[in-house]
Design a protein around this ligand. Structure first.
Ligand code: GLU
Length: 503
C-alpha cells in the first residue's frame, strides 16, 4: 500500500481517538488529510491516540480502521501495515513521552507540581470568581527550587509535570487555512504534561509523536485551535521545527448547530448500514468546506486527488446536510454505478431482508439477471441501498397481498362490479401473448380499455395493483416484463379470485 513519494516529503497523520465509532466529522478531517497527502504524493500515517483509557471503546480499535478502509482512505504507515516510526498506538509510546518530560524538567522548561486536587479546585474557583488570569492554576509550584522538588519526587510525593508557559507576550500560530491566530500568553495556564499516574497528557503525547514520526503537516479539526499555543511552546522548548498547521472546520447541521444525532446518522458505520455508497460519502465530504470552482459537485476519487489542495479550503463553518448526501447517493446509484456494481451493492440488503439467497445468486444465473432487471427499472428512484428491499419486494416474493385499498383503490375510479368484470378480461388479454413483448401487451390491454369504454389509466392501475399488490410501480409494461409471464398470470388469477371471493 506504499505510494510513491513524489519527493515533496509531505508526511501527515490522521490521529483518531478510539472512543467510539468513526464520527463523520473525524472522517471529514481524515479525508482532507488523505486528499492533501495523496495530491502531494506524500505519506499518510495512521496513529491511534488511545492514551485515555477511561474513554477507550475497545471495538473502535478495529472499527475505525475498518471504516476508513470502507471509505477507501488508506494509510502507508500505521496499524496493520507497520512502518519505520512505530509503534503507531500511542499507548505503546509512554516511555518515550516520559523521557521527554524529564528532559523538559532538566532544562528548566517544565516543573513538578505537588498541589492536591482540592487545592487546585479551590484556586480555580477563586481565580474564576475574581477573573484573575490565567483563570486555572496559579503556578504555585513553578518556583520550588529544583533540588527540593526532586527530593519530594524521590520521597514518593504525588505530583504532576507542568509546562512553563510564557508569563506575558503573545503566541502566534500560523494556520495554512486561517492565517495568523494570536493568543495572549497571560490567558494560558501551565498545562499538565504528565499526570500523577505517570501517563502523559494527551497534548504532550500528540506533540512528541508528531515530531518523532517526522510529520510535516498537521490537519485537524478547529476544536484543536485553543491548544495550538501550548503546542507552539512545546516545540520551542524542544527546539524542534513546528510542522505546518491547518485547522479544518467543524461540521454543523443545517440549523448551524454542531452536528449530532438529532440531525441523523453521525457515524460512518451508520451511513454504510443505511446504504450510502462510500464513493458518494467521500465525494460529499470532500465538497464540504472545499470547492473547486463553486460549481462542480461530482468528483471521482482520482479527480479529487488531482484537484484538492488547502488553498481552496474554506475556514467558514461547514454544513452537513443529510438530504444533500442522499441526493448525491441517488445520483451515484442512478448515473455512476454500472448495473453490475449496483447489483453487487444491493445484494446484501436484499439478502438481509430475506428476499434473495445470496449463496445462489452469482453473475450469470437467472436469479442474478432478474435482480439486475429489477434494479434497472427502479434505480432512478433509489436514494439509499436500504430502500431497495421495500421498493422491490414484490419482484421477489412468491405472492402479494391484496387489500381493498389496493385492488379497489379510489384512483382507478372503478366500482367493485366493474373490477369483477374488467380484471378477468385484462387477465385474458395478458394471457393471449407474452409480457416480454411490451408493445404487444399494451395493444391488447388497449382493446380491453376500448371494449369497456374506460380510460387507459383505469385499466392499467387495476392491472398494476393485481400484479404488484401496490398502487405505485415503475412503468406498467416494463414492470410486467420484469415480473415475467408466469408470475403475472399467477397474480392476476389470485387477484380475480380475491375479487370474486368478496362477492
Ligand atoms: N486524537 C485527536 C482526535 O481524535 C486528534 C487531534 C489531532 O489531530 O491533533 O480528534
Amino acid at each position: 500500500m506504499v505510494h510513491t513519494d513524489k519527493g515533496t516529503g509531505v508526511r501527515t497523520r490522521f490521529a483518531p481517538s478510539p472512543t467510539g465509532d468513526l464520527h463523520v466529522g473525524t472522517a471529514h478531517t481524515g479525508l482532507f488529510n488523505w486528499l492533501f497527502t495523496r495530491h502531494h504524493g506524500g505519506t499518510v500515517v495512521l496513529r491511534i491516540e488511545d492514551t485515555d483509557r477511561k474513554r477507550l471503546v475497545p471495538r473502535s480499535l478495529g472499527g475505525i480502521p475498518e471504516a476508513l478502509g470502507w471509505l477507501g482512505i488508506d494509510w502507508d504507515e500505521g496499524p496493520g501495515v507497520g512502518g519505520p516510526y512505530g509503534p503507531y498506538f500511542q499507548s505503546e509510546r509512554q516511555e518515550l513521552h516520559q523521557r521527554y518530560a524529564e528532559q523538559l524538567v532538566a532544562q528548566g522548561d517544565a516543573y513538578y507540581c505537588f498541589c492536591t486536587p482540592e487545592r487546585l479546585a479551590e484556586v480555580r474557583q477563586e481565580r474564576q470568581a475574581k477573573n484573575i488570569l490565567p483563570t486555572g492554576y496559579d503556578r504555585h509550584c513553578r518556583n520550588i527550587p529544583p533540588d527540593e522538588a526532586r527530593r519530594r519526587v524521590a520521597a514518593g510525593e504525588p505530583h504532576v509535570v507542568r509546562l512553563k508557559m510564557p508569563l506575558e507576550g503573545q503566541i502566534t500560530v500560523t494556520d495554512l487555512i486561517r492565517g495568523e491566530i494570536t493568543f495572549d500568553a497571560r490567558t494560558l495556564e501551565d498545562a499538565v504534561l504528565i499526570k500523577s499516574d505517570g501517563y502523559s497528557l494527551y497534548h504532550f503525547a500528540n506533540v512528541i509523536d508528531d515530531h518523532e514520526m517526522a510529520i510535516t503537516h498537521i490537519l485537524r479539526g478547529e476544536d484543536w485551535i485553543p491548544s495550538a499555543p501550548l503546542h507552539v511552546v512545546l516545540y520551542r522548548a524542544f527546539g524542534w521545527a513546528m510542522p505546518k498547521l491547518a485547522h479544518t472546520m467543524l461540521l454543523l447541521g443545517p440549523d448551524r448547530k454542531k452536528l449530532s444525532k438529532r440531525h441523523g446518522a453521525t457515524s460512518i458505520q451508520e451511513f454504510r448500514d443505511q446504504g450510502i455508497l462510500s464513493e458518494a460519502l467521500v465525494n460529499y465530504l470532500a465538497i464540504i468546506g472545499w470547492s473547486w470552482d463553486d460549481k462542480q459537485e461530482i468528483f471521482s476519487r482520482e479527480e479529487l486527488i488531482e484537484k484538492f489542495d488547502l488553498d481552496r479550503v474554506k475556514a467558514s463553518s461547514a454544513i452537513f446536510d443529510h438530504q444533500k448526501l442522499e441526493w448525491m447517493n441517488g445520483y451515484y446509484i442512478n448515473h455512476l454505478l454500472t448495473l453490475d456494481e449496483l447489483t453487487a451493492r444491493a445484494l446484501p440488503f436484499l439478502a438481509r431482508a430475506g428476499l434473495v439467497d445470496i449463496a445462489t445468486v452469482t453473475p450469470g444465473t437467472p436469479a442474478y439477471e432478474h435482480i439486475k432487471d429489477v434494479l434497472a427499472l427502479e434505480k432512478d428512484r433509489i436514494k439509499l441501498l436500504s430502500d431497495i428491499p421495500e421498493m422491490t419486494a414484490y419482484f421477489f416474493t412468491p405472492t402479494v397481498e391484496y387489500t381493498p385499498e389496493v385492488l379497489l383503490n379510489k384512483k382507478q375510479k372503478l366500482t367493485p362490479e366493474q373490477v369483477r368484470e374488467v380484471l378477468p378480461a385484462a387477465r385474458d388479454a395478458i394471457a393471449a401473448g407474452d409480457v416480454a413483448d411490451e408493445a404487444g401487451t399494451e395493444a391488447r390491454l388497449d382493446e380491453v380499455v376500448a371494449r369497456f369504454g374506460l380510460k387507459r389509466g383505469q385499466v392499467f392501475m387495476l392491472v398494476r395493483a393485481a400484479v404488484s399488490g401496490r398502487t405505485a410501480t415503475p412503468g406498467l409494461f416494463e414492470t410486467l416484463r420484469v415480473l415475467g409471464q408466469p408470475t403475472c398470470l399467477a397474480r392476476l388469477d389470485a387477484a380475480v379470485a380475491w375479487v370474486e371471493g368478496r362477492g
